[in-house]
Ligand binder design. Structure first.
Ligand SMILES: Nc1ncnc2c1ncn2[C@@H]1O[C@H](COP(=O)(O)OP(=O)(O)OP(=O)(O)O)[C@@H](O)[C@H]1O
Ligand SMILES: [Mg+2]
Length: 383
């Protein structure tokens, strides 16, 4: 049987754990063509959730267009992509599409011939790139019009929405808001992992997206639900579980679904030959994953400064540390606070650490912590 614990890309259907509550809330928001800002730390499963929601919505007859802002370096390419993707989900005939699109002012259709001779309607901008914003607004307006004409309900999901700032910010936000507010056939999901950016966008009365939609903070998957999912698969695979307590896995993963999946994936393979899962195997999992990723961690480690390395080591040893406290600085012989702050800022910027809502500095990848702990242990042994 294939390993059911997928940890890369989009995880769907039976391989997708729980999220029933979130799916049902999102479904009802989208049935009302609402606007939802979906936020969580990285690798909590926003993108997977959107795809699973999209599968359900499509079954109910909705059209869904998914866009990841990461993929569009400038506003012009985003404007083109929105229009093109939405058009294609709403109209399959290339001829009709080309006709519909030819009514636009800033964008125009371009029919492309594929290697097999098939035709596809693409979109391109007819104006200089600096006019990308009017092109985007025209594209969005056209999407709503097209949905109306086709009598379809359309959902547009924009992932990594916090990236919008890269298109030179607030004028764009204002313009998008006023366009979107007129839409009557489109529901929107804006999703992102830069929680502070999205929360600032939506909770600051000065900003354009203030109260424009519901904010849904995606938390961890409930442990008992996740456990049911894990046990169901191991049972299906014919594995014996001998007095195993998966709490240890959730703790090590800090409840990040990606990390739980990584560990379960390895466990499945490790126990495959004997067909038995033991507690000892569970205990080894974090380090096994850390070893799989060691090339990546090694690279990060090599590019860190000496001060950053000492700090990372200290944070690995003492989770939930208060790096600006005197006790912490004395215990690890680091300081002063100003240089710790500089190191922390740089490590956060590089995505190695992140600051939790409670203000603690945590490893963005929990397995890096295990890798560093192992490094420290090996260092101590060789002394
Ligand atoms: N409900 C789930 N069931 C099973 N695996 C999940 C689930 N949610 C997330 N995962 C795992 O976590 C990985 C990351 O999920 P996803 O890419 O959806 O997270 P994300 O929140 O969009 O992350 P990022 O902020 O980095 O874009 C998936 O590839 C999958 O392995
Ligand atoms: Mg994502």
């Amino acid at each position: 049987m294939e390993n059911p614990f997928k940890y890369a890309g989009i995880v769907r259907g039976p391989y997708f754990a729980d999220r029933k509550q979130e799916l049902s809330e999102l479904l009802s928001e989208m049935r009302n063509l609402g606007r939802v800002f979906l936020v969580s730390p990285r690798r909590y499963g926003k993108t997977c959730l959107i795809f699973n929601l999209s599968d359900k919505l499509k079954k109910e007859g909705y059209c869904v267009a998914y866009l990841d802002l990461n993929a569009y370096p400038d506003l012009a390419s985003f404007s083109v992509a929105v229009t093109e993707k939405v058009s294609r989900t709403l109209e399959s005939s290339t001829d009709k599409l080309a006709k519909l699109l030819s009514a636009l002012k800033y964008l125009r259709p371009r029919v492309e011939v594929g290697p097999d001779g098939s035709l596809a309607a693409r979109v391109e901008m007819t104006v200089p790139r600096r006019e990308a914003l009017p092109a985007l607004l025209e594209g969005l307006h056209y999407c709503d019009e097209l949905a109306r004409k086709k009598r379809r309900k359309l959902i547009i999901a924009i992932d990594e929405f916090s990236d919008l700032a890269k298109y030179d910010g607030q004028t764009i936000e204002k313009a998008i808001r006023s366009e979107i507010q007129t839409h009557s056939h489109i529901g929107y999901i804006f999703s992102g992992s830069a929680q502070s950016v999205i929360l600032a966008m939506t909770q600051d009365p000065q900003r354009a997206f203030y109260r424009m939609g519901r904010i849904m903070e995606l938390g961890a998957i409930d442990r008992s639900e996740y456990l049911k999912f894990i046990l169901k698969w191991f049972k299906k695979g014919g594995y014996q579980l001998k007095n195993v307590d998966f709490e240890l896995v959730f703790e090590a993963a800090e409840d990040v679904p990606y990390s739980v999946q990584r560990m379960c994936n390895i466990l499945w393979e490790k126990a495959r030959s004997t067909g038995t899962v033991t507690q000892k195997m569970l205990e080894q999992l974090p380090l096994l994953v850390a070893r799989q990723d060691s090339v990546h961690f090694e690279l990060i480690w090599q590019t860190a400064s000496q001060a950053q390395k000492i700090l990372l080591m200290a944070l690995a040893k003492q989770q939930n540390a208060k790096p600006f406290s005197r006790a912490f600085q004395l215990a690890y012989g680091i300081g002063p606070s100003s240089s710790i702050k500089a190191s922390l800022d740089s490590l956060v910027k590089k995505g190695i650490l992140y600051q939790s809502p409670a203000g603690r500095y945590k490893f963005a990848d929990t397995f890096m912590r295990y890798w560093i702990l192992n490094l420290a242990e090996r260092g101590a042994e060789s002394r």
